[in-house]
Ligand binder design. Structure first.
Ligand SMILES: [Cu+2]
Length: 69
């Protein structure tokens, strides 16, 4: 397992957090997602043999949020 942290703009409420968790997890390869709304930080634990950090970034962006770091 590998852990990556993303700085995400546009998350404003628990609904956003749920949408992001779902978008990241649904396609598979992801073990765990932690969303910190105050810090605008999303921490993802994933299997690098199944999904790349870049793919996770795209999943967040496809859900309508901006990954700024
Ligand atoms: Cu929201």
């Amino acid at each position: 397992m590998r852990t990556s942290t993303f700085h995400v703009e546009g998350m404003t409420c628990e609904g956003c957090a749920s949408a992001i968790r779902r978008a990241i997890t649904a396609p598979g390869g992801v073990e765990r997602v932690d969303v910190d709304l105050d810090a605008k930080r999303v921490t993802v634990v994933y299997d690098p043999g199944k999904v790349s950090e870049e793919e996770i970034r795209e999943r967040i962006e496809d859900a309508g949020y901006d990954v700024v770091g």
